[in-house]
Ligand binder design. Structure first.
Ligand code: HEC
Length: 337
């Protein structure tokens, strides 16, 4: 398009410049040598404008389009494989039994170092637990009360509206207990990491027995190929049979990893099931509305679209008796003269 229009304007420019070229362009289909020269110029112009267009696109992509890359593969971390997560499919919901198991793993293993401080106990009601279970769990923790008349702050058992307590008082305490590495809050970790569920699952199950030959692992770090830089402050956490699931599911390391990842996906977007349901409703309603609007459009336009225009020529005296207009008046176009 761009090439074509610039070609057109260049023709006009050339035509204005010299009368010889003007003749040549006007008779573009003729065989004259002038027109051959012009078409050679046109080809060159077309090619150069195309090259210019392609060049600017690639220059723009080079400047702004490329994703920022780490310097080496090790810095970027190994890309996790794609796992067939059921709960991320459009027509599926979270497996709430798996969420319960995942929470079990979180409480028994990860909660020692990681918080999920965006989750209040009330969120568990109806999705992972009954009200009584959630209340009982909240009451196990102690929270500060508001200051009383003497300005003293006392302790009270937790309520459904309280948020889950973090394992450490502050980030400094967390770092001090973990060799200087800060265990991040896990509430949004599935959203916060490239690769989401796949990454966290690969990270949890990806610790090799031994770092591969030649890999440099700093003291205090652990080798994990999926972690950017490969040296992670978190040691391997999941071992077969680490927890006892209440529903009797065999607690293999990969089962626990899968359950805890699904749970962490739930903490990151507890509204996911609702959102999918709403999405389907919206799709259904808009489909009906679209059909309706097509029908209304056709209905409104029907008179115009099906209208037939016919033209009755005025009865004018013909100047030349043999003219084609006269013949048309007498016989119509179908008739051979
Ligand atoms: C002994 C304490 C400890 C336990 C228990 C623990 N972690 Fe960690 N975790 C850490 C530390 C420390 C880091 C930070 C690592 C770093 O930055 O080098 C971390 C980082 C992470 C990360 C972030 C990695 C990244 O890309 O930044 C995830 C995800 C994670 N842990 C998940 C879990 C899960 C899930 C569990 C439970 C199965 C768990 N952790 C149990 C200490 C722990």
């Amino acid at each position: 398009m761009l090439a074509r229009s610039s070609l057109r304007s260049s023709r006009a420019f050339a035509a204005a410049k010299s009368p010889a070229v003007r003749t040549a362009t006007r008779n573009a289909s003729s065989q004259s040598s002038q027109s051959a020269a012009a078409s050679w110029k046109n080809t060159a112009l077309l090619s150069s404008t195309t090259l210019l267009a392609a060049g600017s696109v690639s220059w723009y992509y080079y400047q702004f389009g490329r994703p920022t890359q780490a310097m080496t593969l090790a810095e970027e971390g190994l890309h996790p494989p794609k796992f067939p997560w059921e709960h991320t499919k459009l027509t599926r919901t979270f497996d709430h039994q798996a969420l319960r198991r995942g929470f079990h793993v979180y409480r028994e293993v990860c909660a020692a170092c990681h918080s999920i401080s965006r989750i209040p106990y009330r969120k568990f009601v109806g999705s992972l637990m009954t009200v009584d279970e959630a209340k009982a769990m909240a009451e196990e923790q102690e929270y500060d009360t508001d200051p009383n008349d003497e300005g003293e702050i006392e302790k009270r058992p937790g309520k459904l509206s309280d948020y889950m307590l973090p394992p450490y008082q502050n980030d400094e305490a967390a770092r001090a207990a973990n060799n200087g590495a800060l265990p991040p809050d896990l509430s949004l970790i599935v959203k916060a990491r490239h690769g989401g569920c796949d990454y966290v699952f690969a990270l949890l199950t990806g610790y090799p027995e031994e770092p591969p030959a030649g890999a440099v692992v700093q003291s205090g770090l652990n080798f994990n190929p999926y972690f950017p830089g490969t040296g992670i402050g978190m040691p391997k956490q999941l071992f077969d049979g680490l927890v006892d699931y209440e529903d009797g599911t065999p607690a293999t390391a990969s089962q626990m990893a899968k359950d805890v990842v699904e749970f962490l996906n739930w903490t990151a977007e507890p509204e996911a099931d609702e959102r999918k349901k709403m999405g389907w409703k919206v799709m259904a309603i808009t489909t009906v509305l679209f059909g309706l609007s097509v029908w209304v459009k056709r209905y409104k336009w029907a008179t115009i679209k099906t209208r037939k225009l016919s033209y009755t020529p005025p009865h004018a005296p013909a100047k030349q008796p043999g003219s084609s207009f006269r013949r048309f008046q007498q016989h119509g176009y179908e008739q051979k003269p």
